[in-house]
Design a binder for this molecule. Structure first.
Ligand code: KMT
Ligand code: NI
Length: 174
């Protein structure tokens, strides 16, 4: 499972040390997570099951590192800009590692350290950003329901109906 802790605005550790948070921190903001082993064949079946259950018929792979991603500098800059989407963001880490930061209920950054085998679903409307860690490489599977729409809406989006629906859904959780 991914490790989770709080970071500051620029992604810095807050107390000079990482204090790991329970995964319930993710559940309360609607972030789903699984851990599979991309090297085991059972994982293929488990992945197929998740995809079937959740309707993730679209799939592609993205490698994030200077050599393999065209327009690397610009893309990486945009990934780290706080944004939301009108749909879920689904990522499965096949190799390498990286940080997904999501806003918690108090609008603080929660850092999700994704490593090989970790899979997450960020709900539509959640503010988030992504950055590589110091290994500087990640290979991610991107899943989607139907034709993918990658449009990022940079914060603030308080008038966006998907954002409003997400905020409303938070009040149902504790
Ligand atoms: C996005 O919308 O693509 C992101 O948030 C970046 C992480 S995965 C390429
Ligand atoms: Ni995104």
């Amino acid at each position: 499972a991914p490790q989770v802790w709080m970071v500051g605005e620029t992604g810095e550790d807050l107390h000079g040390t990482r204090e790991f948070l329970p995964l319930s921190k993710l559940e309360e903001i609607g972030v789903l997570h699984w851990h599979l082993d991309p090297k085991k064949s059972e994982s293929e079946e488990e992945l197929a099951e998740i995809r079937k259950e959740r309707g993730y018929n679209y799939m592609d792979l993205i490698e994030i590192c200077p050599d393999k991603l065209e327009n690397y500098e610009e893309k990486v800059k945009n990934f780290f800009r706080e944004h939301m989407h009108a749909d879920e963001e689904i990522r499965y880490c096949l190799e390498g590692s990286g940080y997904f930061d999501v806003r918690d209920k108090d609008d603080k950054w929660v850092r999700i350290w994704m490593k090989e085998g970790d899979m997450i679903v960020l709900p539509a409307g959640i503010y988030h950003r992504f950055t590589l860690d110091d290994t500087n490489y990640v290979k991610l599977m991107r899943l989607f329901i139907g034709e993918p729409v990658w449009t990022a809406y940079n914060r603030p989006q308080e008038d966006h109906p998907v954002r409003q629906e997400y905020v409303k859904s938070l009040n149902g959780n504790t």
